[in-house]
Each structure stands twice: as structure tokens, then as C-alpha cells.
Ligand binder design. Structure first.
Ligand SMILES: *Cc1c(COP(=O)(O)O)cnc(C)c1O
Length: 365
């Protein structure tokens, strides 16, 4: 069968491996997943209760105006409903934005190594991809690349903090960069981990309201998948000027988010203790990972997220992650990003103990 020509150039996203699948395939009893940056404390008990209370409503279509969650988000961020779009993960908002802007005659700009979905969606539109030379976000290089290809570039992606490397430019650096950009070029600020960066360093904190007031071309993305612990429900959001949001709405399928996900997201925003516990655990446990890296002379970039990335010299990341898998520990091999590195999600103290124990044995063998 013949399909659209662009499909030939597309590759699939390589997702983190699933716990049940690994348990079955490798015959291990206990599987620890430190691969997809999910919340190590699971679903917050308050949200679990909300899900149970709403379990009998799965036969109903969701409220397509999403008024309850939008009210919650607008008060959190000081914005209006017209500034908000909810998606099945912020991934879906990325997809809508790309489809709204990119085509075979234009291009987008991103860091050398960043979230793989930008390029995957952009290729669906046959758009050209420009990357900075540096793997991490170097805004001087972004500026240089932008001016060089100004007529073509229709979207700039800033992943702050960056997945899978963990670095994060400051809010001030970002604003100074965005000032240079033509208002017709969409600047997507992917803030999937920004709560983590804000907690560690206030200079990295982004305020969507002031960004939207200062720049008509910014689309800010947030997700419930990481800090809020709802990755399995698929829910995230985009914040932008009314012009951008209404353009995205034209491409949105009706009922794109489930009613249970909407209820859970409202509950997750209310559960501040759960978020606080997650953030504190993350950065106290991160120190252990930094010490482990030092001890074994692995390079790593200072991380403002809920994961750390180790780079290897002699050892092979593919071999190491396969050996960990056999022990029931799932990490993210970054081979598909062209790196001899692995990304490890910071787990609970117990999960991290298990990781250090098994990894130490593998390295010593
Ligand atoms: C996890 C992640 C997202 C979005 O995840 P969803 O589950 O689709 O909300 C977006 N960007 C980055 C960089 C991420 O790591």
C-alpha cells in the first residue's frame, strides 16, 4: 500500500520499557523502573480516592469545556480560560502546535540533544530541523542559528530543564533570548520539569503570566506526568495568548482528555504535600547519584530535573543497561540519541539503594 511520502522519513519514539513486560520477559520478581521520569511515590493517595469516587462515570463523555480544571489552572497561573488548552499529555499540545505551524517549506530549531518528540512530529509535516552544535541549551548558539535561518524558522523549542540531559537556562537568559525573536515565530517553552528546577534554584523559575504578557509568541507547556504522578492518565496543558490557543483548538479532537484524567489533575494540583515530598526526596537522593558518579568517574551534567544522566568512556551504555535489566532495573539507554550515556530517574530511597547495589556489582564484574 502507498502512504504519504513523509512516512518514509519517520521513526518511532522509543518509549521506556514497561514493568510487567520486563518481569515476564526476564523472569524477575521485583522490577524497579527508573526509566521514564515518573513520580517514584506513585499516584497520590488523595488522587486515588478521587479516581475511586469517579470510577462509575467512565460511561460518560468528559466535560469538553474542561471548566473545572481550567478554573484551577487559571487561578494558579493568574490567566484566563482563553489562555489554556488541555491535552492528552503535553505531548498532544506539542503535536497540535507543530501541525499549526510547520510545513515542508519551513523549519524549527532545537538544542543538539533534547526531547525526541519535537523532531518526530515536525517530520510528519516534512519541516526541516536545525539543531545547535552544543548538545545542551546554549542560548548564544540558538541566537546565532536563529539569525542564520530566520526566514525559515517557524518554531523554536526550549526544553527547560532539558530532557534527557538535565541542564536549565535561567528565566532571565530565556527572556533575553525571546526578545530577539520575531513575533511570528512560535517559541515553545517545554516546562515539563520546571517545578523541579524552581525548587532547586529560584533563578530558573518561570512565570507563565509574565511570559505571556511580555511575548505574544510564547506557548508554555506543563504536564501532570512528572511531579504530579499522573503519567498513566495522559494529561498536560499549554498556556499561550488567545490567538495561539484558538489556533490549536481548531486542530484539537473533541473529548481529547478523559473525565477521570480531568478529575485527577484537579486533585493533584490540590495535593501540595505530595508535591513537596516528591521534590525534597528528589534532590536529597540526587546527591547520592552525584557522589556515585564522582566515585566511578562518570561525567554528568548538573541536573535540575528528576533524573540524572551518566556519560561513559570505556563502558557501553547499551551493555550496562541490558545488564541492569536482567537484574530487574530499568533505566533509559541514550544510544538512540547518539550518546554513550544512560538517564536514570531518581527513585525512592529503597529503589536507589537497589540501583546502586546492582550497578556497583555490574561495574565490578
Ligand atoms: C515527559 C515530557 C513531556 C510530556 O509528557 P506527557 O506525558 O505527554 O505530558 C514533555 N516534554 C518533555 C521534555 C518530557 O520529558
Amino acid at each position: 500500500m502507498q502512504f504519504n511520502e513523509v512516512l518514509k522519513k519517520l521513526s518511532n519514539y522509543e518509549p521506556g520499557k514497561d514493568i510487567e513486560v520486563i518481569a515476564r520477559e526476564y523472569g524477575v520478581k521485583e522490577v524497579i523502573k527508573l526509566a521514564s521520569n515518573e513520580n517514584p511515590f506513585g499516584t497520590s493517595p488523595k488522587v486515588q480516592k478521587i479516581l475511586q469516587e469517579n470510577a462509575a462515570k467512565a460511561h460518560l463523555y468528559p466535560d469538553d469545556s474542561m471548566s473545572e480544571l481550567k478554573a484551577k489552572l487559571s487561578s494558579k497561573f493568574g490567566l484566563k480560560n482563553e489562555n489554556i488548552i488541555i491535552g492528552a499529555g503535553s505531548d498532544q499540545v506539542i503535536e497540535l502546535a507543530i501541525h499549526a505551524k510547520l510545513n515542508s517549506k519551513n523549519a524549527f530549531l532545537q538544542a543538539g540533544v533534547t526531547f525526541a518528540m519535537y523532531e518526530i512530529y515536525a517530520k510528519q509535516c516534512a519541516a526541516k530541523c536545525y539543531k545547535t552544535r552544543s548538545l545542551t541549551h546554549d542560548l548564544a548558539e540558538f541566537k546565532e542559528a536563529y539569525y542564520k535561518h530566520k526566514d525559515e524558522i517557524a518554531i523554536i523549542f526550549l526544553c527547560v530543564p532539558n530532557n534527557p540531559l538535565g541542564e536549565c537556562p535561567s528565566a532571565l537568559e530565556l527572556e533575553n533570548f525571546i526578545k530577539e525573536i520575531d513575533p511570528n515565530c512560535l517559541v515553545i517553552i517545554d516546562a515539563a520539569y520546571n517545578e523541579f528546577a524552581s525548587f532547586k534554584d529560584k533563578t530558573k523559575h518561570l512565570e507563565p503570566k509574565s511570559l505571556l504578557e511580555n511575548f505574544s509568541n510564547v506557548l508554555y507547556l506543563g504536564t501532570f506526568s512528572k511531579l504530579y504522578g499522573l503519567a498513566g492518565l495522559r494529561i498536560g496543558y499549554g498556556l499561550g495568548g488567545a490567538e495561539i490557543i484558538s489556533a490549536l483548538y481548531k486542530l484539537r479532537a473533541p473529548f481529547n482528555v478523559s473525565n477521570l484524567a480531568l478529575k485527577a489533575a484537579v486533585g493533584a494540583l490540590d495535593d501540595e504535600d505530595f508535591c513537596q515530598k516528591t521534590l525534597e526526596n528528589n534532590f536529597s537522593q540526587m546527591k547520592r547519584y552525584e557522589e556515585f558518579a564522582k566515585k566511578h568517574s562518570f561525567k554528568s551534567i548538573e541536573s535540575y530535573t528528576n533524573f540524572i544522566t551518566y556519560f561513559f568512556d570505556e563502558k557501553e551504555s547499551s551493555d550496562l543497561s541490558e545488564k541492569l535489566l536482567k537484574k530487574g532495573i530499568i533505566v533509559r539507554n541514550l544510544k538512540s540519541y547518539g550518546l554513550n550515556a544512560m538517564r536514570i530517574t531518581i527513585g525512592t530511597p529503597y529503589e536507589n539503594d537497589r540501583f546502586f547495589e546492582e550497578f556497583e556489582n555490574i561495574l565490578r564484574a
